[in-house]
Design a protein around this ligand. Sequence first.
Ligand SMILES: [Zn+2]
Length: 148
Amino acid sequence: MFRRARADREFREAQRAGQAMLATPTEWPLPETPGPLAEAAPAAPETAVVPDFLPPDFRAPSRQDFSGFMMRWDSPLVIDGEVRECPECGAYRNWIVFNMRDDTIWLRCRAGHETKETGLDTAWYNRNSGPVDHFHPTLEDGLRHLGH
Ligand SMILES: [Zn+2]
């Protein structure tokens, strides 16, 4: 009885999220332009909640349904042997990493400076991000959720 009610609720929530994503325009070439985002948790198995009762359509929305993906990256980011620094303020940790639909990677420091990162790509992002666990209607909503 309880399990059933919980499954129904989670299904309805997933359905709402799906509808919200589909109802929102997804043209969003750069991180500073508001648009829907999917957030990936940092790779941490204990945070991965993958309900097994949802139809596949709800489990894996297409990449093209989103303007991009985002995750926190708190430690220094080493690319080709060098620690990345924000060109504007010198910050080298507490990044938000964006993987946009056009396959570009952007780094955003704590102060909100956004820099395109050509040393990383979607394959890197996919290797280093956990499963998508939140959907955000706007960039601001996603940043707030990630503590920026
Ligand atoms: Zn900065």
